[in-house]
Design a protein around this ligand. Structure first.
Ligand code: OGA
Ligand code: MN
Length: 200
């Protein structure tokens, strides 16, 4: 559990280029098998604490049917991932002047049959989410298991991205996207790199 530096595979220039050109970037084989396993165990050992994401402040929405658990200091492994995302944010700030100063994140579990309908994470700049970062932490994913991330890029072209294990997808939080119905349990961490005006 000592992933203190950004893994080689991050290829920062590739990420910066892709974000600039398309509004999204894919990074594969992010972590070592050992760390992946620890992260997955941290997630699966708390599945009984996950709550329906669709219920917020007692109001039920039908836009999504997954379950989530917000990540706090009691998840040391996931915190390491968030630290890495903070390091990445520094590159984004230096290159794109984004002013990211905070990362918030939750685990998400889609059981078979679950989905997240078309949405934006930051519609009309209503919140301070700048970049969304989804990391997939199940063991394996087969192309015919559904659960793809369907994402519209900056030029309004649609892309179907497989939720491959150990893959990180970064995208502008204002882009339209959805999660197709998954046929198998699909585990992830969704993080938002934010520009919080409450923090100096
Ligand atoms: C989200 C989301 C995409 C994914 O959590 O807001 O859109 O691939 N996730 O899990
Ligand atoms: Mn989303």
């Amino acid at each position: 559990m000592s992933e203190h530096v950004l893994p080689e595979s991050y290829h920062i220039d590739h990420i910066l280029d892709a974000l600039e050109q398309q509004g999204f970037a894919i990074v594969d084989d992010v972590y070592t098998p050992h760390y992946c396993q620890n992260l997955q165990e941290e997630c699966t050992s708390h599945l009984n604490q996950f709550r329906e994401a669709a219920i917020q402040h007692g109001v039920v929405s039908r836009i999504r049917s997954d379950q989530i658990l917000w990540i706090d200091e009691s998840f040391p492994c996931a915190q390491q991932h968030l630290q890495n995302l903070k390091q990445l944010s520094q590159h984004f700030n230096q290159n794109f002047f984004l002013g990211i100063n905070e990362v918030e994140a939750h685990f998400a579990c889609y059981d078979a049959g679950q989905f997240y309908a078309r949405h934006r994470d930051n519609p009309q700049a209503k919140n301070d989410r700048i970049i969304s970062a989804v990391y997939y932490l199940h063991d394996t994913w087969h192309a015919d298991w559904g659960g793809q991330l369907h994402l519209q890029d900056k030029q309004q072209h649609w892309h179907i991205l497989q939720p491959k294990a150990n893959r990180l997808v970064l995208f502008q939080s204002d882009l339209l996207h959805e999660v197709f119905i998954a046929q198998h349990q699909r585990l992830s961490i969704t993080a938002w790199l934010r520009c919080s005006r409450l923090i100096e």
